[in-house]
Design a protein around this ligand. Structure first.
Ligand code: DAH
Length: 354
């Protein structure tokens, strides 16, 4: 039996020399160390040996087993190392290649423009007043002098959120930031120690507005506005012009020319629209300004007495002006963006340009 063990060891070592890969190694292990291998059969027969033989054979069998297990382990390591070396060579991994960069996000162009506008207004002494996006009909229209069924409502197609039992006062998505005027005036007049003596107001009202429109290159169902509101004593149309011209210069450049055209809004009287000289063609006329030389950037006017009254300000004593403008529109003019849908299409090719 001792002879047999020597042979088993020799066979095993010899067979291992021709093992090339892991599959062959598994087969080798089954053949030489597996349950039915000659070596294991010897272990099975130990019990039948005499007391004199048993220790020597058992010892020798264990020794053979240790030897075979040792070479198996070494072969395994060698095969793995060879496989790694081979794949490194074939796949030629270049460990000096730079890693994948971390992709930094950025603010949406509308947010950037909104902040630019608010920065300028802050320099001019305006505070930001944020107001809600879901409004009542009363705030969005009635208190701004659009009674139910007033034809001026046709300019602002509306998403109604909840009509139900609410009669003439359904909930809706605000179509303009103007309802914030009423909320801001009421906040200020109701907080005043003396309700007859509410404080002056100079605020900017930014935020998203919604209109139920067919989506086209020129109109979207959502867009931002920035509204301005100034209320105080002896505020005149000259203050409106001075403030808005100053704003336009800070926004579009010190030399920009501006003009006002008469217009109509229910909540201002008189009302106007403000144009800046086309900064694409310098006023000569081009596609962007439709050959007029001018670009409309905002609507404005003196706050209507009814609106002042609705906000808790006595129109006999107070006057004010307001305006509304769109950051997306400003960006479109500035960068000649010809499709307003780009703003909400979530296309990185567009967004990453800003
Ligand atoms: N709310 C108007 C709109 O969405 C814009 C506007 C015009 C706001 C004149 C004003 C204003 O405050 O005085 O069309």
């Amino acid at each position: 039996m001792l002879e047999k063990l020597k042979e088993i060891e020799k066979d095993g070592l010899k067979a291992l020399q021709s093992v090339q890969n892991e599959t062959e190694l598994v087969a080798w292990r089954v053949a030489h160390l597996g349950r039915n291998s000659p070596l294991m059969q010897i272990f099975g027969k130990l019990g039948a040996l005499s007391m004199q033989e048993r220790p020597a054979v058992g010892h020798a069998a264990n020794f053979t087993k240790t030897v075979l297990e040792g070479v198996l382990l070494e072969k395994e390591k060698a095969i793995k190392a060879a496989a790694l070396a081979k794949s490194l060579e074939e796949e030629s991994l270049d460990v000096t290649l730079p890693g994948r960069g971390v992709h930094l996000g950025r603010l949406h162009p509308s947010t950037q423009q909104l902040r630019r506008v608010l920065d300028i207004l802050a320099e001019m002494g305006f505070q930001v007043y944020t107001s809600r996006e879901v409004e009542t009909d009363e705030m969005n229209f009635q208190l701004l002098n659009f009674p139910p069924h007033h034809p001026a409502r046709d300019m602002q197609d509306t998403f109604f959120v909840e009509a139900g039992e609410r009669g003439d006062n359904p909930l809706l998505l605000r179509t303009q930031t103007s309802p914030g005027q009423i909320r801001a005036m009421r906040d200020a007049s109701r907080a005043a120690l003396n309700p007859d003596n509410p404080p002056p107001i100079r605020i900017a009202l930014p935020g998203m507005c919604f209109r139920y429109e067919q989506i086209t290159a020129r109109s979207e169902i959502q867009f931002n506005q920035v509204e301005g509101l100034v209320v105080g004593e002896n505020i005149t149309f000259a203050d409106l012009k001075g403030t808005l011209i100053d704003f336009a210069r800070r926004m579009f450049g010190q030399n920009v020319r501006t003009r006002f055209r008469a217009s109509y809004f229910p909540f201002t009287e008189p009302s106007a629209e403000m144009d800046v000289e086309c900064f694409v063609c310098g006023g000569k006329g081009c596609q962007v300004c439709k050959n007029s030389g001018w670009l409309e950037i905002l609507g404005c006017g003196m706050v209507h007495p009814v609106v002042l009254e609705n906000g808790g300000y006595d129109p006999a004593r107070y006057s004010g002006f307001a305006w509304g403008m769109g950051p997306e529109r400003q960006l479109m003019l500035r960068y000649k963006i010809d499709d307003i849908r780009s703003f909400w299409a979530n296309d990185l090719r567009f967004l990453e340009q800003f």
